[in-house]
Design a protein around this ligand. Structure first.
Ligand code: CP3
Length: 344
């Protein structure tokens, strides 16, 4: 595997003395250069759909820190928008969408085949990035997992317990499953187009997987991830897939085998020593430093970073946070994390 990019080597199962590193939400509000470009674009969604500026903010953390991977700058909620849902962001609060709770709401959505008209600028961002990234940097594309995307489409906003989505799942299972199937189909096409445009890896974000219990986890977190991965592997053999069933807890065990993903991303509630023995045995893992260290820094950051690198030393590992970096993070702490991973 000599000559291959560091991140791709880890995804192929290679154990490395220094793991590759990138960071969820690495292009974001903690960086002054991000805030400046976002102001230039006007607002967050205009930034997502402006290919030149979206490529620019994707490149900013690569220039500043030399991460081993860049993640496409976009959002998981562009899929609902491309299916015809209204989407807007309320500053300081988060996303708002038109809600889907009845058959009539669902009937207003367009077919999965129509998404590209809206999403073409995203593919253009990927094309720009595949030309402009340094040769050693891997380009990651992404989408939300169907369950997580559905939780926003049903409630029309972020919810602490995904209550409205669970209610629909129980009260109108047929409608809920039809919605999940539509998102799954759109997600396969969306990720496929990202790969055709130059994404070298794709990641499926299931941020709310942890609120699905028992059989519901199998049906609505694991199974859609398996379907998306299988379809992508058939269309694009050799493109690795990272799965992120956040807060899955013990259900991280066996997730890679059951879904076919090449790597499982771990949130920071997972003990790395436990995960090395129970999850990394099946292949590459990614994670899982607590994002709060990017705010607090200091010796605790260094100690926890070393502990994670040490725990995963005997197998393939991609260093990352357990969730996205927050806007109040100090950019110097990101450098301290990187120096600790690379220099010990
Ligand atoms: O990681 C990256 O740097 C790539 C870009 C990316 C964004 N969102 C940019 C973004 C990715 C991969 C996402 C994923 C995403 N978006 C998820 C899954 C991962 C997770 O965090 O659990 C979810 C649930 C969303 C939906 C979403 N987008 C919410 C709930 C919010 C508001 C919360 C917040 O952080 O403000 C967003 C907005 C968003 N997406 C921002 C960024 C940089 C902040 C928007 C801004 O600049 O004002």
């Amino acid at each position: 595997m000599a000559g291959q990019k560091k991140l791709l080597r880890a995804l192929a199962g290679e154990k490395q003395d220094v793991p590759p590193i990138w960071m969820m939400r690495q292009a974001g509000r903690y960086l002054p250069e991000y805030r400046a470009t976002r102001a230039q674009a006007g607002d967050f969604l205009s930034l997502c759909y402006n290919s030149e500026l979206a490529a620019e903010v994707t490149l900013q953390p690569i220039r500043r820190y030399g991460f081993d991977a860049a993640i496409l700058f976009a959002d998981i909620l562009l899929i609902p928008q491309s299916l015809g849902a209204d989407l807007w962001f309320v500053t300081g609060e988060g996303p708002r969408l038109s809600t889907i709770t009845t058959e009539a709401d669902f009937a207003k959505l367009g077919p999965a085949s129509d998404i590209h008209e809206t999403l073409n600028p995203i593919y253009e961002t990927v094309r720009i990035l595949s030309r402009e990234l340094p040769p050693e940097t891997t380009l990651i594309g992404f989408a939300g997992a169907p369950w997580t995307v559905a939780t926003y489409m049903i409630a029309g906003r972020g919810t602490p317990d995904q209550g409205p989505a669970h209610a629909l799942r129980e009260e109108n299972t047929a409608l809920f499953e039809a919605l999940l199937a539509r998102i799954t189909e759109a997600t396969i096409d969306y990720l496929s187009k990202q790969i055709e445009a130059g994404a070298e890896v794709v990641k499926i974000f299931d941020s709310w997987a942890g609120s699905l219990k028992g059989e519901a986890f199998q049906k609505y977190a694991l199974e859609p991830c398996r379907q998306i991965t299988a379809a992508l592997k058939e269309r694009h053999p050799g493109i690795p897939v990272i799965g992120f069933p956040r807060e899955a807890g013990e259900k991280y065990v066996g997730f890679a085998k059951a879904t076919g993903v090449d790597c499982v991303a771990l949130d920071n509630s997972v003990d790395p020593v436990w995960a090395a023995a129970n999850v990394q045995v099946d292949g590459c893992v990614q994670g899982n430093l607590a994002s709060r260290h990017m705010v607090t820094g200091g010796q605790e950051l260094v100690d926890d970073t070393r502990r994670i690198v040490e725990a995963f030393r005997n197998g393939p590992h991609i260093f990352n946070l357990g969730h996205g970096i927050t806007p109040d993070a100090n950019p110097d702490n990101v450098q301290l994390m990187i120096d600790t991973v690379r220099n010990g």
